[in-house]
Design a protein around this ligand. Structure first.
Ligand SMILES: [Zn+2]
Ligand SMILES: [Zn+2]
Length: 267
C-alpha cells in the first residue's frame, strides 16, 4: 500500500509546529510524495494564526519542484454554546469565518481540548461531530478515534457517508498523540469498510520530517484487510476528484500536472 497525498500538516503559523511551507515542499519531494495540504488551526485555538494567514495562502505556488500543495485549515468542532471561545460570534458548528471559505481548498473538523472540553458523553460528542459533518463546511473529520471524545462510530460514519465527508485515520494517533486511539481507529476502519465508505490517511505533521508518514495507518489497515480503494488520498487524482465533488475544483489549476502524473500511471 502506497499513499501519495498527505492532507494534514501544521506550519510555524501554529506556534506549536516547527516547519515552514518551504520545509514541507522540500521534505515532500525527498519522500516521493505528490501532494500535501497545510492545515493550520482555525481561530478558536489559542495559538492559531491570524485569519489573514488563510486568506493569503493564494500567494503560495500550487506546485514547487513537481510537488503540489493544497490550502487547508483544521477547524475546531464547537460546543453547543461556544460563548466567548470563538472570536467570530454566531458560529455554532465550526470556527471557520464565512469570508474565509472561498480561499480554502478543504477543511478538517476536529475536537481539540482547548475549545471543546473532553467528555465521556458519547451522545453529546457524536452530535457535535455530526453538526460539523452536516454543516457543509468540512470535507474531513480529523482524528475521530480520539479516546478523550468517545463517539458512536456507526452514527458518525453514516453521517459522513450521507454528506460526502471523509474519515481521517491519523498516523500520530498511533504514536505520541491521543494515546489510546488505536482500538477506536481500528473500529472506525472496520465500520467504514462495512458501511462502504472512505478515509484519508494523514500524518498530522508538526514538523516537515514526518510529512507523508502514514506507515502506522498502513500497517493497521493491512492487519485487518482494509482495502486501499477506500483511501481517497492514495493518489492525487483521487483526492482532487473528491474535492471537485465539493465544488473545490483545484484540479483545473493542476490539470497539466495531473496529466503528467497520468502518463506515469499515478492517478
Ligand atoms: Zn488536531
Ligand atoms: Zn492537526
Amino acid at each position: 500500500m502506497k499513499i501519495f497525498v498527505d492532507t494534514h500538516a501544521h506550519t510555524v503559523a501554529s506556534t506549536h509546529a516547527y516547519s515552514t511551507v518551504h520545509d514541507y515542499f522540500q521534505q515532500a519531494k525527498l519522500k516521493g510524495l505528490h501532494m500535501f495540504g497545510i492545515t493550520d488551526h482555525a481561530p478558536a485555538m489559542p495559538d492559531a494564526p491570524h485569519f489573514w494567514h488563510f486568506g493569503n495562502m493564494k500567494v503560495i505556488p500550487r506546485i514547487v519542484n513537481g510537488v503540489a500543495m493544497l490550502r487547508g485549515i483544521e477547524a475546531n468542532i464547537l460546543p453547543e454554546n461556544p460563548g466567548t471561545i470563538c472570536c467570530h460570534s454566531g458560529l455554532r458548528d465550526l470556527d471557520i469565518p464565512p469570508n474565509l471559505e472561498p480561499f480554502l481548498d478543504y477543511a478538517i473538523a476536529s475536537f481539540h481540548e482547548a475549545v471543546f472540553p473532553p467528555s465521556d458523553d458519547v451522545q453529546r460528542n457524536t452530535q457535535a461531530m455530526i453538526r460539523a459533518i452536516v454543516s457543509g463546511k468540512c470535507q474531513i473529520v480529523g482524528h475521530p478515534g480520539n479516546p478523550r471524545y468517545p463517539i458512536d462510530c456507526e452514527e458518525v460514519v453514516r453521517a459522513a457517508k450521507d454528506n460526502n465527508v471523509l474519515i481521517e485515520i491519523n498516523n500520530s494517533s498511533f504514536q505520541m498523540s491521543r494515546v489510546g486511539s488505536e482500538p477506536f481507529c481500528l473500529r472506525l476502519m472496520e465500520t467504514v469498510d462495512r458501511l462502504d465508505w472512505k478515509v484519508v490517511f494523514a500524518s498530522d505533521s508538526h514538523i516537515a520530517t514526518t510529512i507523508g508518514d502514514v506507515s502506522h495507518c498502513i500497517e493497521k489497515a493491512e492487519s485487518i484487510g482494509f482495502p486501499i480503494e477506500r483511501v481517497v488520498t492514495a493518489t492525487a487524482g483521487g483526492f482532487l476528484r473528491f474535492l471537485a465533488e465539493h465544488d473545490k475544483d483545484v484540479s483545473v489549476e493542476l490539470a497539466d500536472w495531473l496529466d503528467y502524473l497520468e502518463t506515469r500511471k499515478y492517478v
